[in-house]
Design a protein around this ligand. Structure first.
Ligand code: HEM
Length: 390
């Protein structure tokens, strides 16, 4: 099956529905020709996400030395007990309270971006709003000084925008790691109350994070929290604009937005898949047994529309109440930034629709371009008109 081409990117659901109907797990081949197993049903997804015999460890020995240390210590690529230790230390610093405290800054950043947006006719909402907002918020969270953020936008273009090949990606990540190392030295000399400062200071039962671990964590937060949140905001605006009745409801009662955001997460999951896991022993899913040593991905897009779990899964219904989407994963690697992503999306949508209630797509839906590739589900561009022409 021709998965992961342009047609699939624009509308992956028919192909995924076919696979899901055929069975819970399938052997597929990535665009790069790498074979792996893809899980397409909700029950089996939970089984995989809670089975400790599936490992997150991936070889990093192909990478340049300066990146290797930062990636090898990332908790998304570790199993217990290392993962448990890293997650505990980070959770002590990246608390829900820290996320809540960031609200006023998120609102300011949002308003500034919206001021700039309003000066352009037919702005691209992805380029001017959905992408820079989470990037600025993560810089704020980590404590990257305002004057030092400009290179992050260029690096993010390479990492997210795909403006270059894999070598440029590695170069951008190496540059970020070098920057974080330097920043960390400065923060050690002058303690700060931002997240980087807190990660340096955190002590748990006499244990603390090494510099490599703090750098790895900062890189992980940046990469994990950026494109995903940008996709969530873009996918939400797209879905709301295409459903006038939803827009009316949201405009009348912004209190509905948290439920709308959850339904966007389910129907247009910003992370199209989980990250890779590798089987360390044979595992049986339905009638299929996957041998040891194989790569497994969960199609979050597919499992979040599994009719075995969700009533009428193709209908956008924020009031559905049957919950349980897996857009943020599940189990020990459940997204650490989920509270932040939710707050960001809610503020972004409240402010955007509050200021521009007439906002609409500036192109026909079939003209929209979607990002290709396996891991993400989001728009490359979303040209909008902020007000109805009179
Ligand atoms: C893990 C999705 C935003 C930080 C994950 C996972 C998913 C996910 C599916 C689990 C991957 C797996 O098990 O293979 C999302 C989505 C987001 C979002 C859809 C936005 C809508 C964020 C933000 C941050 C963040 C804003 C931080 C600032 C992380 C981290 C992990 C993670 C650190 C690894 C947790 C661990 O290994 O224990 N995310 N994420 N994410 N996410 Fe998010």
């Amino acid at each position: 099956m021709a998965l992961f081409d342009d047609e699939y990117a624009a509308n992956p659901h028919p192909a995924l529905a076919e696979l899901r109907q055929a069975g819970p797990v399938h052997r597929v081949t990535s665009a790069a020709g790498i074979p792996f197993w893809m899980v397409t049903r909700w029950d089996e997804a939970r089984q995989v996400l809670t089975d400790p015999s599936l490992s997150k460890r991936q070889p990093v020995d192909q990478l340049p030395a300066e990146l290797r240390a930062a990636l090898a210590t990332q908790m998304l690529l570790r199993d217990p007990p290392d993962h448990t230790r890293l997650r505990r230390l980070v959770s002590a610093a990246f608390t829900p309270r820290r996320t809540q405290a960031l609200r006023p800054r998120i609102e300011q950043i949002t308003d500034r971006l919206l001021d700039e947006l309003a000066t352009v006719s037919e702005p691209d909402l992805i380029d001017r709003f959905a992408v820079p907002l989470p990037l600025e918020v993560i810089c704020e969270l980590l404590g990257i000084p305002g004057g030092e953020r400009r290179p992050f936008h260029a690096w993010s273009n390479v990492i997210i925008g795909g403006s270059g090949g894999p070598a440029d990606m590695v170069a951008a990540m190496s540059a970020i790691v070098a920057y974080f190392r330097d920043l960390l030295a400065r923060k050690r000399a002058q303690p700060s109350d931002d997240l980087l400062g807190a990660l340096l200071a955190v002590v748990d039962d006499g244990d603390r994070l090494s510099d490599d671990e703090v750098v790895g964590m900062a890189l992980l937060l940046l990469v994990a929290g950026h494109e995903t949140t940008a996709n969530l905001i873009g996918n939400a605006v797209h879905l709301i604009c295409r459903q006038p009745d939803q827009r009316e409801r949201v405009l009348k009662d912004p209190g509905l937005l948290p439920a709308v955001v959850e339904e966007v997460l389910r129907m247009a999951s910003p992370s199209a898949t989980s990250t890779y896991r590798v089987t360390t022993r044979p595992i049986t899913l339905g009638a299929t047994t996957i041998p040891a040593g194989e790569q497994v991905l969960i199609s979050l897009l597919a499992v979040n529309r599994d009719p075995r779990r969700f009533t009428d899964p193709e209908t956008f219904d924020p009031a559905r109440g049957d919950g349980g989407h897996l857009a943020f994963g599940h189990g020990i690697h459940f997204c650490l930034g989920a509270p932040l992503a939710r707050v960001e999306a809610q503020i972004a949508l409240t402010r955007l629709f509050g200021r521009h209630p007439e906002i609409q797509l500036a192109v026909r839906p079939e003209e929209l371009r979607w990002r290709t590739g396996l891991l993400m589900h989001g728009l490359e561009a979303l040209p909008v008109r902020l007000r109805t022409e009179t």
